[in-house]
Design a protein. Structure first.
Ligand SMILES: CC[C@H](C(=O)O)C(=O)SCCNC(=O)CCNC(=O)[C@H](O)C(C)(C)COP(=O)(O)OP(=O)(O)OC[C@H]1O[C@@H](n2cnc3c(N)ncnc32)[C@H](O)[C@@H]1OP(=O)(O)O
Ligand SMILES: [Co+2]
Length: 133
């Protein structure tokens, strides 16, 4: 059901500053992408076997604002697991007692694919995102 690690996300106060070392190390760094529906601006650092998603708040009600208040210099925010079937994966974790975030239905993520988040308290303190591969 899990087909891979799509990305590790880092919430940052300054996207350009955050992207600079990855660019200096020769990684491919995307242009910033405003995701109004998700309340973030994202930059993807493409690596040979996964990606790093750099996240900054976008708009007033960003879901990462609280995280950055607690971690003003930034910090690792979530893991994104690629799954074959997002409904099946969501059903599996909810059957284990985990809570889905938002309205519990997949939304379209940064890659134009369905994504959903599981409450970090139900994944040993890690915020986990599923993206349908
Ligand atoms: C989908 C587009 C893009 C993509 O990849 O395609 C993205 O990834 S967008 C990423 C931004 N969107 C989201 O993160 C959506 C899901 N997240 C949320 O709904 C919130 O961030 C939430 C509910 C996880 C936390 O919100 P908030 O911090 O405002 O709430 P609390 O302060 O009440 O936190 C509750 C509890 O959880 C702990 N927490 C918060 N964030 C994290 C985290 N990233 N990792 C681990 N734990 C986290 C927080 O410390 C609280 O714990 P407590 O012990 O009660 O203090
Ligand atoms: Co993500």
């Amino acid at each position: 059901m899990i087909t891979g690690l799509n990305h590790v996300a880092i919430a940052v106060p300054d996207l350009e500053k955050a992207a600079a070392p990855y660019r200096a190390l020769g990684a491919q760094v995307s242009a910033p992408q405003d995701l109004a529906e998700h309340g973030v601006t994202v930059v993807f650092v493409t690596l040979p076997n996964t990606k790093i998603e750099l996240l900054a708040p976008f708009g007033e009600a960003s879901p990462i604002a609280g995280f950055l208040e607690k971690n003003p210099a930034g910090g690792i925010h979530h893991l994104c697991l690629e799954v074959e079937d997002i409904a099946a994966a969501a059903g599996t974790v909810t059957s284990l007692g985990a809570r889905l975030l938002g309205d519990g239905r997949p939304k379209t993520g940064a890659h134009g694919k369905p994504v959903i988040f599981v409450h970090p308290k139900d994944f040993q303190g890690a915020l986990v995102e599923f993206e349908q591969g």
